[in-house]
Design a protein. Structure first.
Length: 80
């Protein structure tokens, strides 16, 4: 099992494009949260930079947890 790692990411909401600006718009607030499973996505996590946009994708069909939410960036999946 992997350990959840803290992440400070500018959440992009509905936008699924990487943010080019380091400042958040009034509708985009920085969030801080834990992400589980990052040890399984190390190649993607290594490419992340502070301020990179991420988005959340519900995984209703996840056989382990129907309430799972995948954390994804433009580089790929980060964890849950």
């Amino acid at each position: 099992a992997s350990v959840a790692q803290p992440a400070t990411i500018a959440f992009s909401g509905k936008s699924q494009q990487r943010q080019s600006s380091k400042k958040c718009s009034p509708r985009q607030k920085p969030l801080q949260f834990l992400v589980a499973g990052v040890s399984f996505h190390g190649d993607v996590v290594k490419r992340l930079r502070k301020g990179d946009a991420v988005w959340l994708e519900p995984e209703n069909e996840n056989p382990h947890d129907p309430h799972a939410v995948l954390v994804r960036s433009s580089h790929g999946a980060i964890g849950y």
